[in-house]
Design a protein around this ligand. Structure first.
Ligand code: ZN
Length: 91
């Protein structure tokens, strides 16, 4: 199901274009997106890194995690902000 043949750059470009989570390649139109991942995928990645199963650098190199925003913890990418706005206006 996952497309292992994509280069990291293609993978990220595809995910951004189709609003997919870069970690699991599932639609990421709802909920919090952290560094290109569903919050749960991001947390799983961090957990795996802490458990020594992978490293953050490795995941970034594979295109399965985006670089953190240099400006801080708030998501500053357009998709995340759009989703936050929608979520807020709906509730
Ligand atoms: Zn995900």
């Amino acid at each position: 199901m996952t497309t292992q043949t994509l280069s990291p750059q293609q993978r990220i470009a595809d995910c951004l274009k189709h609003q997919l989570c870069v970690a699991c390649l599932q639609p990421a139109r709802r909920g919090r997106i952290i560094r290109g991942c569903h919050e749960r995928c991001y947390r799983a990645t961090i957990r795996a890194a802490q458990a020594g199963k992978c490293t953050i650098e490795e995941r970034i190199a594979q295109g399965k995690l985006l670089y953190s925003q240099p400006t801080g913890r708030k998501p500053s990418n357009a998709v995340s902000m759009e989703l936050q706005r929608k979520k807020r206006s709906r509730s």
